[in-house]
Each structure stands twice: as structure tokens, then as C-alpha cells.
Design a protein around this ligand. Structure first.
Ligand code: KIV
Ligand code: NA
Length: 266
């Protein structure tokens, strides 16, 4: 298979090929994911919770993400590597450029940042400077203090309309990919139909253009938190780590995951 590049993401959406994404933090898992045909690998700031043991993503630094990005990059030959801009590293265009440069120099092909609003200017600034950007809307974990917890977003009419506007806006600002986290199935479906760029869902129903899960959740590793509804333990089904990755990839590509039991209907 051909190694993934950023322009291939839009091609996949046009051809109706679903994208399979997992988070990853080290070279060994990266090698196993790459061999199992995982399309996109995310160095998520979830590393603050699942690797570092914090109870939010807020303590994660750019150098933490850069370190794990470099580890993962050494294990990949096919998958596209996306790295998270951690809390406040994207607060201004200049800070975001500096942080993104470090992540791309560590081996990422794209950076991900949360939100719209003032982040639209940040997205434009990065894209104009040859840095591919993945947006992230819905439940944005870096907003946990304002939100007061990790909750489904876009549930009422007004919030759903705002989410649809934000999705249009991040695409117009130049984002090449959009993660939708904890959004009701019909809202994510409407956004996916509305956009030219692929959507990647996590707790956002089966109609997104692709899916992402946190590695530790997929393997049933104890994260110290209540397991959210959208998480499925694919190790039980796949029988081995490689088998779990292949079972997850097949379920996503065939539209079997997530099912209703792992989605929010409203
Ligand atoms: O940090 C992370 O793992 C993420 C995914 C849940 C999308 O942002
Ligand atoms: Na993240």
C-alpha cells in the first residue's frame, strides 16, 4: 500500500473509503498499527491521562507531545501521523506556529487543535505557512474547566446549529480534517454531509467519514476513569493486539462500528 499523504484524505472521502485512526504514544504500538493497516495515527494530548496519569489533558506540554511524536514516527512507514497542539500552545498564531514547527520536525504530518472562534485565525495562519491542520469540535477536552466535565455536545437545536457553523468555518479556514467528539449521531451526520473535508468521529455515530479511539480504551486498559459509552474493547474480539487493531479497522471500514449501543442518538 501507498504511504498516506494529506491530499489523500480528501480523495478517500470522495471515494467513500472510511478512515481508521487510533491514538498512539510509542514506537512498538506504532509498528503494530502500521502493519495492521491503521490509516492515521494520533499523538493525542490524551497522553496526559493515559500515559502520565493526570486527570485532564491540561498539564501536557509541547515537548511531551514532541517526544511521543518522535517515538511514534520511528515506528511508522504508511500511516499519517497527526499530533495534538497541547493546552494554550495554540493560544496565539505565533505560539501555534512555534509549537507546530516542533511537532512537524519531530515527525508529524499534521497538527490538531481544538475549537473554532479565535482558533479560526490560528488555523488560517498555520495553513498559510504550510502546516496541515486537523480541527476538533464537539467535546473539546481542553475546555473541561468551562464545561465542568466531559459531556455530549450539540444536544439542543441552538448548540447543534452552532456546531454546524463552526464546522463550516474550520473548513473555510483551511483545515483538512475534522475530529468530532461526543456529538449526537444526526448532528455529526449533517456536518459530514455538509463538508468537503473528512470527519473523524469519536462518540459521534457511524456516519462520519472515519473513526478514532484512544489506544488504551480499545485494549481495555484501566484509565482510572468511567468508560464512556462509545468505547469498545476490541482486544476481547480480536484475541491479540494485532487482531484487535485489525478487528477495529474492519468494523470501521464495513460500517459496523460504532453501532447504536456505542453512539449517542440525541
Ligand atoms: O487526545 C486525544 O486522544 C484526542 C482523541 C480522543 C481525538 O484528541
Ligand atoms: Na486531544
Amino acid at each position: 500500500p501507498k504511504a498516506w499523504t494529506v491530499p489523500m484524505l480528501a480523495d478517500a472521502k470522495r471515494d467513500g473509503r472510511r478512515l481508521v485512526m487510533l491514538t498512539c504514544y510509542d514506537a512498538g504500538f506504532a509498528r503494530t498499527m502500521d502493519a495492521a493497516g491503521i490509516d492515521l495515527v494520533l499523538i493525542g494530548d490524551s497522553l496526559g491521562m493515559v500515559v502520565q496519569g493526570h486527570n485532564s489533558t491540561l498539564p501536557v506540554s509541547v515537548s511531551d507531545v514532541a517526544y511521543h511524536t518522535a517515538c511514534v514516527a520511528r515506528g511508522l512507514s504508511q500511516a499519517l501521523l497527526v499530533a495534538d497542539l497541547p493546552f494554550q500552545s495554540d493560544a496565539t498564531p505565533e505560539r501555534a506556529l512555534e509549537a507546530s514547527t516542533a511537532l512537524l520536525q519531530a515527525g508529524a504530518a499534521m497538527v490538531k487543535l481544538e475549537g473554532a472562534g479565535h482558533k479560526l485565525e490560528v488555523i488560517r495562519f498555520l495553513v498559510e505557512r504550510e502546516i496541515p491542520v486537523c480541527a476538533h469540535l464537539g467535546l473539546t477536552p481542553q475546555s473541561v474547566l468551562r464545561l465542568g466535565g466531559y459531556k455530549v455536545q450539540g444536544r439542543d437545536e441552538a448548540a447543534a446549529a452552532r456546531l454546524r457553523e463552526d464546522a463550516r468555518a474550520v473548513q473555510d479556514a483551511g483545515a483538512a480534517l475534522l475530529v468530532l467528539e461526543c456529538v449526537p449521531t444526526p448532528v455529526a451526520a449533517a456536518i459530514t454531509a455538509d463538508l468537503r473535508i473528512p470527519t473523524i468521529g469519536i462518540g459521534a455515530g457511524p456516519q462520519c467519514d472515519g473513526q478514532v479511539l484512544v489506544l488504551h480504551d480499545l485494549l481495555g486498559v484501566n484509565s482510572g476513569h468511567r468508560r464512556p459509552k462509545f468505547v469498545k474493547d476490541f482486544l476481547a474480539e480480536g484475541g491479540s493486539i494485532d487482531g484487535a487493531f485489525q478487528a477495529y479497522a474492519a468494523a470501521v471500514r464495513e460500517g459496523r462500528f460504532p453501532d447504536e449501543a456505542h453512539s449517542y442518538a440525541s
